[in-house]
Design a protein around this ligand. Structure first.
Ligand code: PLP
Length: 406
């Protein structure tokens, strides 16, 4: 039995009020709230266990290193990676995708080589590839989505040509909630020797992920959406790809030896982790993964599927609301506009007065907004602690916004 009340009581912020109303936090797609277990772990890490990692021979440094390094195994288990050496810590998906761009792609790709993207990618999975277009003449090939926001994997497969070197695709759209059949895409890409990059920022929060079953080369996750601290994240990078990668950022910790004339690298994954890392952030991410494991990703997925079905039913009753993205099996992320003059920012301001936190804007998806012919949407994104009652509060607040602008 999924005890949502017990889960809610683990998140202290959920009991606060906003604008005199109980908080209804529906901005999980931007960043999720933190359970007490994460807050306690972070506090303890600073209060009792803090020192720099990997470089001390004293008690606290060894303790901090042990706590920090133990998270690699947790991430590997969370993603079902073959080995914890395939896990590179990052500050989030943005840094991880830039590491791939600078570390793997830049030294390999030449003018005319192609990277396939879909129009619903987040800027984090677009801009690092634009760098290669600008600097090296790499061609970005865009795959369109269907009218309901789904992505036909065959269209991605059909776009793969002799010049295609990489496919970079989201596992779950942060705007439409569309779930992508990344396994089919990766299988076809592997047969053609094309490297696959999966942006798992949203998917890993909402459903179990198995990188071995997906068969991707790279899979990026970000800690702050996974109920962990901001500034934490991880990249699964298949061992063969890691062996081909140059380091991205140079400095301490990532070297074997530095002389006046030469430098040699540490073994992966350390080779890709220069300088003092986000020690406590990463340890906090480990606590978040423990928490998620305790609840069970399958249980979270089932709870959110129920919320998504209920929200869809309630949205369907509003004939003045335009939902963007109705793909079958979509995640609990709903973007919408209202008929009439109300701008997404106005709607979110009215919702905020009712204690309902949503996001309004482009959601870092310029090409998708262009595809939809919209400058902005409102987005309600649900998490493990949201309830049907909160869907009702959202609908009431939307009714009010509609009345005000009608
Ligand atoms: N990719 C997707 C699909 C996202 O939703 C986000 C964050 O909103 C990112 C990438 C970027 O993540 P971060 O800012 O944590 O690096």
């Amino acid at each position: 039995m999924y005890d949502v009340d017990a889960i809610r009581s683990d998140f202290p912020i959920l009991s606060r009020e906003v604008n005199g109303k109980p908080l209804v936090y529906l901005d999980n797609g931007a960043s999720a709230q933190k359970p007490q277990a994460v807050i306690d772990t972070v506090t303890r890490a600073y209060a009792e266990e803090y020192a720099n990692v990997h470089r001390g021979l004293h008690f606290l440094s060894n303790l901090a290193t042990e706590k920090y390094e133990s998270v690699r195994g947790k991430v590997a288990r969370f993603l079902n990676a073959g080995s914890e050496d395939e896990i590179i810590f990052s500050t989030g998906t943005t840094e991880a995708l830039n590491l791939i761009s600078y570390g793997w792609a830049a030294p390999r790709l030449e003018a005319g080589d192609e990277i396939i993207l879909t129009v619903m990618e987040h800027h984090a999975n677009i801009v690092p590839w634009h760098f290669l277009r600008e600097r090296q003449g790499v061609v970005l090939k865009w795959v369109e989505i269907e009218p309901d926001g789904s992505l036909d994997p065959q269209k991605v497969i059909d776009a793969m040509g002799p010049k295609t070197r990489m496919v970079c695709v989201t596992h779950l759209s942060n705007v439409l909630g569309t779930v992508v059949d990344v396994r089919a895409i990766c299988e076809a890409a592997r047969d053609k020797g094309i490297v696959t990059v999966i942006d798992g920022s949203q998917a890993a929060v909402h459903r179990p992920v198995d990188v071995r079953q997906i068969g991707c080369d790279f899979y990026a996750i970000t800690g702050h959406k996974l109920y962990g601290p901001s500034g934490s994240g991880a990249l699964f990078a298949r061992a063969e790809r890691q062996a081909e990668m140059r380091p991205f950022i140079g400095g301490g910790d990532m070297i074997r030896e530095v002389t006046r004339d030469n430098v040699t690298w540490a073994e992966p994954p350390m080779k890709f982790e220069a300088g003092t890392p986000g020690i406590v952030q990463t340890i906090g991410m480990g606590a978040a993964l423990d928490y998620l494991e305790g609840v069970g990703m399958k249980n979270i997925a089932a709870h959110e599927a129920d919320l998504a079905a209920y929200a869809t039913e309630r949205f369907d009753g509003l004939n003045w609301l335009r939902l963007q993205g109705t793909a079958p099996g979509k995640g609990a992320i709903f973007s919408f506009t209202l008929e009439g003059p109300a701008h997404a920012h106005d709607i979110s301001t009215i919702l905020d007065k009712k204690g309902v936190a949503v996001r309004a804007g482009q959601h870092c998806t310029g090409p998708l907004m262009e595809h939809l012919g919209l400058s902005a949407t409102c987005r309600a994104s649900f998490g493990m602690y949201n309830t049907r009652a909160e869907v009702d509060v959202l609908i009431e607040a939307l009714d009010l916004a509609h009345e005000l602008f009608a």
